[in-house]
Design a binder for this molecule. Structure first.
Ligand code: 5GP
Ligand code: 5GP
Ligand code: 5GP
Length: 223
């Protein structure tokens, strides 16, 4: 136990699709360009790496340690590219006040990944490595699911492409008929696993269907 918190069971790598997030958010950030028309990256970017329990709940804000940008200064260039904040709104932090997207994710989720990560640098570096190793955007592109403002793709086909590549079932969250987030799940040793545990692996399909229609899109930009 860590600060009286039960140890988590598995990791959820949460990815976001900028073309969808930027269409929905009310606080698009013109300064970083991510939400400006064709400047939206046509790739999944990182939202966070979330420790979860098998029962569907999760711990949050697990220790008093607050985010220190200096600890990850050598990763800043990579993080700006692959873990951009698409919104200008400053998220609230665990111990009061507001901070950056990275600070929010570290304090809310990262601090609960004990004993796998013992510091901020390990956490951010591993998230980048896992994101590069399990390249969802290229798996989908290779299967013909390319960013488009007009095409719609079968949700089942998208899930199958990922299952075939990584032998694990993802979970997908939509906003209307657009994919907004995609979760890929891992054991604590970073072997892929299904996001939902159960004898029937189609549980993930059931969960994804709750928020997504049968045919979904991956919008390339905000028009
Ligand atoms: P929402 O209510 O938009 O689904 O989620 C809001 C926030 O709750 C997320 O950004 C994330 O911080 C947290 N959250 C949502 N779903 C999960 C989950 O399955 N696992 C964990 N660890 N956090 C989640
Ligand atoms: P909902 O009840 O709509 O799934 O979640 C509403 C909010 O409550 C979410 O945005 C999330 O932040 C929080 N929440 C839901 N379940 C959990 C949980 O198991 N642990 C924590 N820490 N927050 C939760
Ligand atoms: P979560 O949903 O992870 O609990 O919280 C995300 C927080 O970070 C929200 O308050 C949101 O406004 C802020 N935020 C800043 N940039 C981003 C972004 O690119 N994506 C998401 N999902 N939230 C962002």
């Amino acid at each position: 136990s860590f600060d009286g918190q039960r140890e988590f069971d598995y990791f959820k790598l949460a990815l976001q699709w900028p073309g969808t997030y930027c269409k929905r958010t009310r606080s698009c950030c013109p300064t970083n360009g991510c939400c400006r028309g064709s400047n939206s990256p046509a790739v999944f970017t990182i939202h966070g790496l979330w420790p979860d329990y098998n029962d569907g709940s999760w711990p949050s804000c697990c220790s008093g340690s607050s985010f220190d940008p200096k600890e990850i200064s050598t990763l800043t260039n990579a993080l700006e590219q692959y873990w951009p904040s698409l919104s200008c709104s400053k998220p609230s932090l665990c111990h009061g006040g507001k901070g950056t997207f990275w600070a929010h994710e570290w304090e809310k989720h990262g601090t609960c990944s004990y004993p796998v990560f013992r510091n901020e640098y390990d956490y951010f570096l591993t998230v980048l490595n896992v994101y590069f190793k399990y390249n969802i955007t290229s798996v989908l592109n290779d299967a013909g699911y390319v960013p488009s403002n007009t095409e719609k793709y079968p949700l089942g086909g998208i899930i199958s492409a990922i299952e075939n590549a990584f032998h694990a079932s993802p979970q997908i969250v939509c906003s209307k008929d657009s994919i907004e987030e995609l979760y890929l799940c891992f054991y604590k040793n970073f072997q892929p696993r299904d996001c939902a545990l159960g004898s029937d692996i189609k549980i993930d399909m059931v969960t994804s269907k709750k928020s997504c229609p049968k045919y979904v899109s991956l919008p390339e930009s905000v028009s």
